[in-house]
Design a protein around this ligand. Structure first.
Ligand code: UD1
Length: 447
């Protein structure tokens, strides 16, 4: 993760004293992945726009800073509201170090092509869980008439694209890709004619980016289905206020944190249908999931009853989200018996398992399948947040564990979780951020 790490400033750790059942109410923030797509899309607008419910997290700050390096005017109205005026953009080049701090900087390819007709972008960063190609993004641009979109054109890690001009195209994605779907949609908004994206990804944040663009004057139909049809427009007038959807993955992480501590938590400001893949598995295991209009309560009616093991397979939406896979593996550790986790999206997303083993987990990994042998009673240890969601999984394990856990490189967790220390503290957890931690690798003797 080193070369793609998004650590801004100092590295730090989280100290968690576990064993406290979480109780109370919590509010979910705006979606990280939707915000990143919408902020990138905002540079295509021909006026200003105001974004609300923007999560106050590191990745979002990097994206907003990236916009400023392009010349856009970004005004902070409050911690969650920003006014973006892209008409001051004066370059189509994004080549500084910020680009490689986050994965979503790849959206600047489609957005700059749409705005400037040219894009010169350094290859993106993000969490390191296997090869993360962008061939499908490039294929889409090529079909729309861009030059420089041949993988062999990538020169010293920079993609140089030029619209010649961009025109509508029929784009079939042979792998369902969130990033390629959004990038193609962005570029197509201002292309001449009609674009069809076939076998498109259907994630909630794709719908959110499409809704944002439509509110700015784009003509996108079918987002959220596997065929998206975009009729290009010459101008996106903008001058609109848009509110980002709640974060599905943050909500799922808190559902799991509540469950593993045998707590009773009501999670507000979420969309229950987005949580269905997780809610269904949690019910299967023996948890009670009560849905309100915009909330979910998680608890267990009989904590003496053993939890059932489960088989979980990650897949594109509406399947089980890969970004909840590590946290769910922690949950499966609580079950009485062997569970299975199939990782069908990423090649190498079980890198965190040796860290969980330090806390007592008994997990055997066979390529893309993890056999989770429950029931584990986690114990405190010093572990490393190997990436954003793996770090979140370690937070869940640490909240359940006996003794004290130190999670090193916790700034990786802050890439995607707004005010996690405060939110968990409000639920009764004993968590704090520390800069001085026991020597890395040393086991906690309190456990
Ligand atoms: C996005 C999310 C990430 C999540 C992932 C899957 C953002 C910023 N990140 O990442 O958190 O884990 O969706 O839900 O929204 N692929 C190719 N060629 C390509 C593009 C993708 O082969 O050109 C493959 C990837 O290797 C992977 C699969 O397609 O196996 C899905 O990747 P994709 O949906 O594109 O993930 P991201 O958009 O990078």
């Amino acid at each position: 993760m080193d070369q793609t790490d998004n650590s801004i400033g100092k590295n730090y750790a989280y100290e968690i004293k576990g064993g406290v059942p979480l109780k109370g109410n919590i509010d979910i923030s705006g979606s990280k992945n939707a915000a990143l797509g919408v902020i990138a899309a905002s540079i295509m607008v021909d006026g200003a726009c105001t974004l609300e419910n923007v999560p106050d997290i590191l990745d979002v700050h990097v994206m907003l800073d990236l916009l400023k390096t392009l010349g856009a005017t970004v005004d902070k109205i409050d911690n969650h509201t920003f006014r973006i005026n892209p008409t001051t953009i004066n370059t189509y080049k994004a080549s500084g170090p910020l680009v490689s701090r986050i994965r979503a900087s790849y959206y600047l390819m489609g957005a700059l092509l749409g705005r400037c007709g040219k894009a010169s972008i350094r290859l993106p960063g993000g969490c390191n869980f296997g090869t993360r190609p962008i061939d499908l993004h490039l294929k889409a641009f090529q079909l729309m008439g861009a030059t420089g979109a041949n993988p062999s054109d990538i020169n010293s890690g920079t993609v140089n694209l030029e619209a010649n001009p961009l025109h509508g195209a029929r784009i079939y994605l042979d792998i369902v890709s969130v990033g390629a779907t959004i990038n193609a949609m962005l570029a197509a908004c201002k292309a001449q004619g009609v674009t069809e994206i076939i076998n498109a990804a259907k994630e909630p944040h794709i719908v959110d980016v499409a809704n944002f663009l439509n509110s700015m004057g784009a003509r996108i139909k079918g987002a959220g289905t596997d065929i998206i049809k975009i009729t290009g427009v010459p101008v996106l007038p903008g001058n609109f206020t848009y509110s980002i959807i709640p974060d599905q993955i943050e909500a799922g992480t808190y559902m799991i944190a509540a469950a593993v501590t045998d707590g009773d938590v009501t999670i507000h400001n979420l969309i229950p249908t987005h949580m269905e893949p997780l809610s269904a598995k949690m019910r299967e295991m023996g948890y009670t999931i009560e849905e309100g209009d915009e909330s979910i309560r998680v608890y267990r009616e009989n904590v003496e009853q053993e939890l059932y093991p489960a088989t979980v397979k990650t897949s594109p939406y509406p399947g089980f989200p890969t970004d909840l896979q590590p946290q769910t593996v922690v949950l499966l550790c609580s079950a009485n018996g062997q569970s299975r986790m199939h990782e069908n999206v990423w090649q190498n997303r079980f890198q965190y398992v040796p860290e969980l083993a330090k806390m007592g987990a008994n997990i055997d990994v066979y390529e893309r399948i993890a056999l989770v042998n429950g029931k584990t009673s986690f114990r405190g240890a010093t572990v490393e947040a190997t990436d954003l969601r793996a770090g979140a999984a370690m937070v869940c394990a640490a909240l359940e564990a006996s003794g004290t856990t130190y999670i090193m490189n916790a700034q990786r967790i802050d890439r995607g979780y707004e005010h996690i220390v405060q939110k968990l503290t409000d639920l009764g957890a004993n968590i704090r951020r520390v800069n001085d931690v026991p020597e890395y690798g040393e086991e906690d003797t309190e456990a």
